[in-house]
Write a new protein. Sequence first.
Length: 153
Amino acid sequence: MNTIINFEPENLTVEEKILSEILRAADVVGKLYDCENAELSVTLTDDKNIHALNKKYRNIDRPTDVLSFAFRESEEPEILNAEVEILGDIIISLERAKIQAEEFGHSYLREVIFLEVHGLLHLLGYDHIEEAERIEMENEQKFIMEQLGIGRD
């Protein structure tokens, strides 16, 4: 999968291991879900920026851990005969990831990759509003994390 990683703010520092695992996770999901040629944007941010996005797009006035914006569901015109499918954007709050990793008792790396996987599944059409959908999405998340070899250490 062609994955573009952005930083907001631009001076945000992220360990190289985290960045390489984000790319690897996208590649594994691409292979598993037959979207290896798709394009994905991952923005790594802080609570302040994700809070503003959450308020603007979801009308929820607080930070969240991950947001997904699927290109398939957007108002953008369809690109006919495109060689690359643009999946969309995932925004991950690294501050939330750190807090949640501590709360759940697993590594920061695991939490960041889990949030990416969660966001990717949303881009692929999975949701967790209804109970049956939630169970299906949780099973998919678990399966992908197992394929990545990233456990709850």
